[in-house]
Ligand binder design. Structure first.
Ligand code: NOJ
Length: 733
């Protein structure tokens, strides 16, 4: 539709109609059985509001959506279609690995493909917009939502943000099989104090700009249609009421022209944060700040009229917001085609089709991170191996945000190994949830009703099985429901009964391979002590079992690298590689000196560093070569290394470029990731890997908050992880 026609439409709409266009209600207002993704405590929506609403969340299915849309358009005064939005995070029906795992692939095409498949399936089911990507920078493993992010690094997150938006939207979200992307949660949601979900965030403006904003910016620049506000306060101001964030930074500086949607009930929560006394006050603050769509509260629909009629806010603000919603519908082509791709017939063939499953399996294989291997992996197909542990059969490995994905469609490890034709025996050993415990708020499905005695008997049975084979693959980890939204944890180890199982098996069999399921970095010191190999598989998705079997048996070498440090213990958290210099840097050769920046009882270094991961083969690096050791303003340098596969198998190496600003007008990080390349090498093969170093890569917010590169010396590191010492220096003049 032409822009003028949209403006005309806006002009024809009544005040009520315009206000209701900003309302987003959940699917249960329209149909039974839709998923609620937030507390449904909020009531008081009038029938008129629902009838004139602008969008709906969390409903799916071509037939259902067609029905709702038809009814809505017939009854709406201007026949304006609804936009259907939902959380399609790592897949719709074919579930890919969780986003944190995708970050571990260090290969943005994994995320692109996952988003492309998700868009195809979800759009066929009638959905128009996904609440993804979540690009929040995360450094605190206690926060359950780290699983939804691609990790701790601004550069890695930015590369993935772009890939995800492009995967969902293609070159035009209007086209068949595409979705509009909604970037979230703006801003700083990934840094809640104490790692507790929904908690406040305090970040200096410099840290916000240097580390947290780049990924949102990358998603905006990639053309994301929407941005979602975050629940948190940022430096005491709730994001949803933060004019500076949304008007100055997002719209002015980043140039975002799409619609801003609140997170679930976040407008009303402005009141809970103590910034206003009532919902009316919350509506005023959110509207002034630039929040266009109100997800699931009555703040806008019940109070905006009063605010406008009393002159407390101008109708111009409302019109601006409504225009954004109408433009969104137009960008999705809904005025011409309100049902977009909803197609019942295609739904039957496309969901979980062989092609999508194959892509999900290949993606999963790239995300696994081999942390330890003292020669025990890969397994041989003929050798008899005992697979023990709750995750041999667990099907909830699609992750906490797979709201339309179904566990019945998941390939478990047992099925994957059987399908692979390996010589394996199995024992569950224990449940993934401790005996007598339930996952808070998850109902009876995620609970373990077994008594301690029954649970211990299962361990004994598993020990008998462990005695029958030379090697044991122990499949353990955290339960899916221990991760995700509202799943912060103060203890980031695996559940108690699983620890008991590990100890019991280790007493009778020393050849243990741990396959670790997790939605966050865990404290795995005990596992490290008792296992000969550790393979981190995160929440690998629908094809998890097949992917794990193929990697364990060496068909593909593991090639994932950690997108977040694995802490030594929770006491270090938040721990991340790009920390700042301190005045008293720990001198490891003089640990008797107390007055250094250190802990008395634990090391400073994480157990496993950012970027770390092994392969079944080994790689050797040449020294770093620089095309010049002087770089002038506006110039570029090339930094290169030669990497050789010195082992006996094909494998992938993630060649990582870090830069350290040796001296700055403000304290600078000890190093920062500025590039990476994943290369596959045959045994004996070598490749030259080069990176361009540009002035842009040296920029930061200086003492005056100017974004620029300062003259001086820089150290360039190229190696296999964030600890590499392979370096060269140049001067920027
Ligand atoms: C709350 C979550 O914070 C957000 O990520 C999600 O998109 C919305 N609920 C809608 O389900």
């Amino acid at each position: 539709m032409e822009q003028q026609r949209i403006l005309d439409l806006l002009g024809e709409m009544s005040l009520d109609e315009k206000i209701n266009q900003l309302f987003q209600g959940c699917g249960s207002f329209y149909t039974e059985g839709s998923v609620a993704t937030g507390p449904a405590s909020e009531q008081g929506f009038s029938e008129k509001t629902i009838l004139e609403a602008g969008s709906v969340l969390s409903v799916a299915g071509a037939e259902t959506i067609r029905k709702i849309q038809k009814h809505h358009m017939e009854n709406h005064p201007h026949h304006i279609p609804l936009v259907f939005m939902a959380d399609i995070i790592n897949g719709y029906k074919t579930i890919f690995p969780i986003p944190l795992a995708q970050g571990a692939a260090f290969n943005p095409s994994v995320a692109y493909t996952g988003a492309e498949v998700a868009a195809k399936e979800a759009s066929t089911a009638g959905i128009h917009v996904t609440f993804s990507p979540m690009v929040d920078l995360v450094r605190d493993a206690r926060w359950g939502r780290v699983m939804e992010s691609t990790g701790e690094d601004p550069y890695l997150n930015s590369v993935y943000a772009k890939a995800l938006v492009e995967g969902y939207q293609g070159d035009d979200p209007k086209k068949p099989g595409k979705l509009g992307a909604c970037v979230k949660h703006f801003a700083g949601y990934g840094a809640p104090t104490g790692g507790r979900d929904y908690n406040n965030v305090e970040l200096s403006e410099r840290t916000l700009r240097d580390d947290y904003l780049p990924a949102y910016d990358a998603a905006v620049k990639a053309g994301a249609l929407l941005v979602m506000t975050s629940f948190n306060t940022l430096n005491r101001i709730p994001s949803t009421a933060n004019k500076w964030l949304m008007r100055d930074i997002l719209r002015e500086e980043m140039g975002f022209e799409g619609a801003v949607i609140s997170d679930w009930a976040a407008i009303e929560e402005i009141k809970n944060h103590g910034l206003c006394e009532d919902k009316k006050g919350a509506a005023k603050l959110a509207m002034e700040a630039g929040t266009d769509i109100d997800m699931m509260t009555t703040c806008y629909c019940n109070y905006l009229k009063e605010l406008i009629e009393s002159g407390e806010i101008s109708e111009r603000l409302l019109d601006e917001a409504v225009l954004k919603v109408l433009e969104l519908k137009n960008k999705l082509g809904l005025f011409e085609n309100p049902y977009k791709d909803a197609d019942e017939a295609a739904e039957k063939t496309i969901m979980l089709c062989a092609e999508h499953r194959e892509k999900a399996k290949e993606a999963a294989k790239e995300t696994f991170v081999l942390l330890e291997n003292s020669g025990i992996l890969p397994l041989k197909k003929e050798e008899k191996v005992a697979f023990i542990g709750p995750f041999t059969e667990e099907k909830s490995i699609i992750g906490a945000w797979s709201i339309f994905g179904e566990e019945k469609d998941v390939v478990s490890i047992k099925e994957g190994v059987d399908h692979y034709g390996a010589n394996a025996i199995f024992a569950k050993g224990c449940d993934s949830i401790d005996p007598g415990k339930e996952m808070i708020g998850m109902g009876p499905r995620y609970a373990c009703r077994r008594t301690k005695k029954e649970a211990d008997a299962m361990i004994e049975e598993a020990v008998e099985v462990a005695l029958k084979t030379d090697k044991v693959v122990l499949c353990i980890g955290e339960h899916m429901a221990q991760t995700g939204e509202a799943a912060s944890r103060g203890d980031i180890t695996i559940p108690k009964q699983q620890k008991k199982l590990l100890r019991a098996v280790a007493r009778v069999n020393k050849n243990i391979v741990v396959v670790l399921f997790n939605g966050r970095p865990l404290d795995i010191r005990k596992i490290k002590e008792l296992a000969k190999a550790i393979l981190v598989v995160w929440m690998p998705g629908s094809e998890g079992g097949n992917a794990i079997a193929e990697v364990l048996y060496g068909e593909t070498s593991p090639s994932g690298r950690l997108p977040m440090c694995f802490p030594y213990s929770v006491g270090q958290v938040p721990v991340f590689y790009s920390e700042f210099h301190t005045g008293r840097k720990l001198d490891y050769s003089n640990l008797d000196n107390k007055f250094q920046s250190r802990y008395l009882d634990i090391p400073n270094k994480p157990l496993y560093a950012f970027g770390y991961g092994l392969s079944y083969t080994q790689f050797a690096y040449s020294e770093v070569r620089l095309s010049n050791n002087l770089m002038e303003k506006g110039d570029e340098l090339t930094a290169s290394v030669t990497v050789r596969n010195t082992g006996k198998q094909k494998g992938a190496e993630v060649v990582q470029l870090y830069i350290k600003d040796d001296c700055g007008s403000v304290a600078r990080p000890v190093r920062e990731l500025k590039g990476f390349k994943k290369i596959w090498l045959e045994p004996g093969e070598d490749k030259e890997v080069s990176f361009k170093i540009t002035e842009e890569m040296l920029k930061f917010h200086d003492i005056n908050m100017d974004y620029k590169a300062e003259a001086g010396s820089f150290t360039v590191y190229i190696g296999c992880d964030s600890d590499t010492d392979n370096q060269a220096t140049f001067n920027f003049i």
